[in-house]
Design a protein around this ligand. Structure first.
Ligand SMILES: Cc1ncc(C[n+]2csc(CCOP(=O)(O)OP(=O)(O)O)c2C)c(N)n1
Length: 626
């Protein structure tokens, strides 16, 4: 295998074109094999193979800086930069991260995971190079999906104004996770279709090489009138107006041509944008046929492409079904997503109510303020965004929705620890960043039944509300189902305890119940309260249950700093309650990729950990009393 001989990009430069093509096939095989075992981003990576080879063939990383937007398409890059072994453990604890990570390799110039940051980061590096009188190239690789994010335009606008030397490679596969949307996407489609011009030019050139007389004459005319003729076919006004020299469209699977084009851009002193057209899922039939389904996958059988994991009903799909039912009877109900129709489950809403579904592209800030505008005119918008991506829209939630007191509901998906996607994707900050916003109701269901009730409640209230939930929500069954309907801010006593009261949020309710059983076995009577509202809190229940026990415990799948537990401590302190308290949650650091179970353990949040930590604190307290 050629791949085994590539320890860093300098080995790549020793290969001839035929070998580079063979390497491309080997890379594809390796990516499909490893992703089939470990899960990960498949289709985007298969589309990037030739482009990655060409970039490393032409540029000299790590001196030249390569910045990949989102970074989910960096697998070939990892395999070509000395991480073959780590890649065998892709997305596993201590294995290769699924995104570029500066700690992992000097070839990863910038840690990423969220979209539309690459051009800004690249511009910052290019400016630094110029100040420090360096002489390296800075190359940002941005997908057409990532180009829909506002930051990309902020960066292009800035880069173009004073002509900073940098290269932006637009990897255009016409797909975000789902089909790309928006006017810019339509514009790119027109540019791609101008490939007719390029095909014609190439056809004429090859005929010329074969000595065709008319072709030779035509090619001469074509070349002479190149610019005016080209503009008939390729409308590059948009990028030119932003101050970028536009090059393309270029076939992203034609290695020879790619290398030639990239070479022509090396060391140029202008901002340049190379428009490369690739096919998402290239080379693996199931991914070519369904690039959206194979964007990010769980482990699958290579032969058939079928998933190895059993299909589970996601919380998002439960939420979508509930919303559809509400929308059936209320024309005000609409759904908004930022490029994640399938991931958030809202694709079902789209099918049921296409005229009230809005995919605004990778534009979380816009999604929130657009929903605020709709709510201001009488709609009841539901904005479904993952916890980690909603971080982008903090100011819009704070001012455009909440300052205006508008009834927008945020369906905050993938809340809590998310597993293999790792540090950039953890949903462990939302309770902190949402809890502090005046007027916003913040709730977390303990299971799907609760999720449905919370959505019903959100429909009844005219206040802004956020409901946060993990991807998979259990159904804890009617056994512990709330016996009564609850209002905003009401918690629920699940079991009483003489020694300890555990106040738990969301998925932690179930683990706390298991912990209480474990504690009972050790002679500790621990009760559990489902603290389903983190804002406003149920002060009365808290004070009632916190007095008279030896220890108050809070458990949340959120960072401790600014989280639920700190809110509880504040209420207890202000009320003068002196019961000792233990706050359990995610430590205030970035939690790397691993399984959710491993991450829970790492944070000391498994049921056994909760029980162990409670007993330890009880022991410390009784020692202190002696
Ligand atoms: C701020 C933000 N929102 C949403 C996402 C989720 N996401 C990851 S990749 C992706 C699509 C990116 O499309 P594109 O840039 O065209 O890359 P492709 O996968 O098509 O190669 C999305 C929406 C993200 N990473 N960051």
């Amino acid at each position: 295998m050629l791949l085994e001989q590539i320890h860093d990009p300098s080995d790549l430069k020793k290969l001839n074109l035929k070998q580079l093509r063979q390497l491309a096939e080997e890379l594809r095989g390796e990516i499909v094999r490893v992703v089939s075992e470990r899960g990960g981003h498949l289709a985007s990576n298969l589309g990037m193979v030739e482009l990655t080879i060409a970039i490393h063939y032409v540029f000299d990383a790590p001196e030249d800086k390569l910045i990949m937007d989102v970074g989910h398409q960096s697998y070939a890059h990892k395999l070509l930069t000395g991480r073959y072994e780590a890649f065998q453990h892709l997305r596993q604890r201590d294995g290769a991260c699924g995104f570029p990570l500066t700690e992992e390799s000097e070839y990863d110039a910038f840690t990423a995971g969220h979209a539309s940051t690459a051009i800004s980061a690249a511009l910052g590096m290019a400016r630094t190079r110029d100040i420090m009188r360096g002489d390296y190239n800075v190359v940002a690789v941005v997908g057409d999906g990532a180009l829909t994010g506002g930051m990309s335009y902020e960066a292009l606008n800035d880069a173009g104004q004073n002509e900073t030397r940098m290269i932006v490679i637009l990897n255009d596969n016409d797909m975000s996770i789902a089909k790309n949307v928006g006017a810019v996407s339509r514009y790119l489609t027109r540019m791609r279709q101008s490939k007719g011009y390029i095909a014609m030019k190439q056809g004429v050139r090859s005929k010329l090489e074969n000595g065709h007389r008319f072709a030779r004459a035509f090619y001469r005319v074509l070349n002479r009138t190149r610019n005016s003729l080209r503009s008939l076919f390729v409308d590059d006004q948009f990028f030119a107006a932003l101050g970028f020299k536009y090059i393309g469209p270029v076939d992203g699977h034609d290695l020879k041509h790619l290398i030639r084009v990239l070479r022509s851009t090396r060391d140029n002193s202008l901002p340049q944008l190379i428009h490369v057209v690739t096919q998402k899922g290239r080379g693996y039939r199931p991914a070519e046929d369904h690039p959206d389904v194979y964007h990010g996958v769980a482990p699958f059988y290579m032969e058939s492409g079928a998933s190895k994991s059993e299909t589970r009903v996601s919380s998002g799909s439960v939420a979508a079904r509930e919303l559809i039912a509400l929308a059936d009877n209320d024309i005000r109900v609409c759904a908004v997503t930022a490029a994640m129709p399938a991931g958030t489950g809202m694709i079902q809403f789209q099918q049921a109510h296409p005229d009230r579904f809005f995919d605004v592209a990778i534009a979380e800030e816009h999604a929130v303020t657009m929903a605020a505008g709709m709510a201001a005119q009488g709609m009841k918008p539901y904005v479904a965004i993952y916890s980690t991506f909603l971080q982008r829209a903090y100011d819009q939630i704070m001012l455009d929705v909440c300052r205006n007191g508008l009834p927008v509901t945020f369906l905050v998906d993938r809340a809590g620890l998310v597993g293999e996607d790792g540090a950039t994707h953890q949903g462990v900050f939302d309770l902190s960043y949402l809890r502090s916003i005046p007027g916003l109701i913040v709730a977390a269901p303990r299971d799907v039944r609760d999720l449905k009730k919370l959505i019903e409640l959100s429909h009844e209230t005219d206040r802004p509300m956020a409901i946060r939930y993990p991807r998979d929500c259990e159904d804890l069954g009617p056994g512990i189902q709330s016996q009564r309907e609850f209002g905003v801010g009401e918690w629920e006593l699940i079991s009483d305890g003489r020694d300890v009261m555990i106040f738990a949020v969301g998925r932690m309710v179930q683990l706390s119940m298991q912990a209480s059983i474990e504690l009972m076995g050790k002679g500790v009577s621990a009760g559990v309260v489902d603290a389903r509202f983190v804002a406003p809190m149920d002060r009365d229940m808290l004070l009632e249950r916190a007095c008279g026990v030896k220890l108050v415990v809070t458990v949340e799948e959120n960072v401790i700093n600014g989280g639920f537990g700190e809110g509880v401590l504040e209420i207890l302190a202000k009320a003068g309650v002196s019961t000792p308290a233990l706050t359990l949650g995610v430590p205030n650091r970035y939690i790397a990729h691993a399984t959710v179970a491993q991450q829970l353990e790492e944070c000391g949040l498994s049921a056994m950990d909760i029980a162990r930590r409670v007993r330890k604190r009880l022991a410390e307290l009784s020692e202190a009393r002696l």
